[in-house]
Write a protein that binds this ligand. Structure first.
Ligand code: ADP
Length: 449
């Protein structure tokens, strides 16, 4: 079954609510109009009877009526009764068949709500007096009620239509960001284009947050997807050479009769290529994991100098080969395992491409609000035109320089780790003089003074 859209449901509810409000209002109007009509009639009854009262006098026990006395005026009939409640003057309306006891000064509704009655006692001495009874037919409010109902009958459908259209356009406008989110997500999904983003800039806070969450999810998917694509491309590209060397060597060995010595050589070569392949796959996997988990690394507050000293001890670094100089309390937010990987990559390179003496200096210090970790050598250096490219995957200035052992992945990983720590790498190098690679990291709050 197709589900009703939120827009439709919300608009229906709003319309229903407005219809209920309109009915409530109509009910209130009807009740107010009938109570106003009753009050007006009561006032008229009271003023007419009281007016007549001023015109009645008892002279020597006889009734005398002034000329402004009206038995019937504006729908009000005035009757005069004796103390014993016998009718003395006036004619009650034929329809008035109610026997209602006299109550002085109280205007009231009697006879099934059809009549309004007000009695006034006019005393004459202690013993005598007369009753004035005002009678009025209760106003028939049906006309007003009918008119109101008629008006409601005409206006209510128009009002409901307007309410429905208004609610629909209101909800549509309010939920428009949701449409953009769905359309963008669909497009990204259908086109398999993970680069797309919803990037919702306007709309209510909840929608912007929802869009942001989606965008972050797409970003992570994209990164993960890219890293995997990169791994597949790199692995298939880089494994091709060692595989074809191994294949060639095997075919040659099978085809021609090799001496034991030659066979030994072939096997050694195959072994070397296999080891290279294993190392390559390991490195690539490490890179891929690093890229995929870019935002998952747990950065904790750590003392950079302390970390370097621990690595130096594990690696058995001793001057003059490796000189370690660390300033105290250089605290950064970092991942110990990743920073160790970065340090090892840099020192391995410094040793690999070092000078005659293969001397390396590792330093930790804080400067201009930054934590610095530098690895310097006095080796062959890097030509200026290669200094940008060395950070790229598989880039090697001159493969023969590393004795064929390098893969060109070390520095790319170094830069990735620096980025992951919100830091950057810098390089100072000159051919023949040596190189100095420096990691710049933001100092953690506890180091800032
Ligand atoms: P690899 O060392 O496996 O070739 P890297 O990514 O670590 O790959 O380094 C890329 C290139 O940068 C190297 O091939 C090398 O030519 C150059 N390089 C790196 N470190 C140094 C250094 N300390 N001195 C001179 N050249 C270096």
């Amino acid at each position: 079954m197709k589900r009703a859209s939120v827009k439709l449901r919300v608009s229906l509810m709003l319309t229903l609510l407005m219809a209920l409000l309109a009915l409530l209002l109509l009910g209130m109007m009807l009740s107010v109009s009938s109570s106003v009509a009753l009050r007006t009639s009561m006032n008229q009854l009271s003023s007419t009877v009281r007016g007549n009262l001023g015109e009645v006098a008892l002279v020597d026990g006889r009734l005398a009526l002034g000329e402004n006395f009206h038995f019937s005026l504006g729908g009000v009939s005035t009757l005069i009764y004796s103390r014993r409640e016998a009718l003395i003057a006036g004619q009650p309306p034929v329809a008035f068949t109610v026997s209602e006891p006299f109550r002085n000064g109280l205007a009231r509704v009697v006879g099934d709500g059809q009549w309004l009655v007000l009695d006034l006692w006019l005393a004459n001495g202690w013993e005598d007096g007369v009753w004035l009874r005002g009678l009025m037919e209760r106003p028939d409010n049906r006309q007003v009620t009918d008119r109101l109902l008629m008006m409601a009958l005409i206006t209510l459908p128009v009002f409901l239509l307007l309410a429905a259209v208004g609610s629909w356009s209101l909800t549509r406008r309010a939920l428009r960001p949701l449409d953009s989110i769905m359309t963008a997500a669909d497009t990204i999904n259908e086109a398999r284009d993970l680069e797309g983003r919803i990037a919702l800039s306007e709309g209510s806070e909840e929608f912007v947050r929802l869009a942001d969450t989606f965008d972050r999810m797409f970003e992570r998917l994209e990164r993960s997807f890219e890293a995997e694509k990169q791994f597949t491309a790199d692995a298939s590209h880089e494994l091709r050479t060692p595989i074809s060397i191994i294949k060639g060597a095997c075919e040659y060995s099978l085809k021609f009769d090799e001496t034991d010595e030659e066979r030994q050589e072939t096997l050694t070569m195959i072994h070397r290529q296999a080891e290279r392949m294993a190392e390559l796959v390991n490195q690539l996997l490490r890179m891929t994991r690093l890229e995929q988990g870019l935002d998952r690394a747990g950065l904790t507050s750590l003392d950079l100098g302390q970390l370097v000293l621990e690595v130096a001890e594990e690696q058995g670094w001793e001057p003059p080969a490796v000189t370690v100089e660390t300033a105290p309390a250089v605290t950064v937010a970092g991942d110990a395992a990743l920073l160790t990987r970065l340090l090892l990559n840099l020192t391995e390179n410094a040793m690999k491409y070092g000078g005659e003496g293969r001397r390396v200096w590792v330093r930790v210090l804080s400067k201009d609000g930054e934590a610095l970790l530098s690895v310097e050598d006095d080796g062959i250096g890097i030509p200026a035109d290669s200094q940008e490219q060395i950070w790229q995957r598989f880039y090697q200035v001159d493969p023969s320089r590393s004795g064929g052992g390098g893969l060109g992945l070390g520095l790319s990983m170094v830069r990735q780790i620096a980025r992951l720590h919100n830091g950057r790498m810098s390089l100072r190098s000159a051919p023949g003089e040596g190189s100095c690679f420096t990691l710049h990291l933001p100092l953690a709050a506890s180091s800032k003074k």
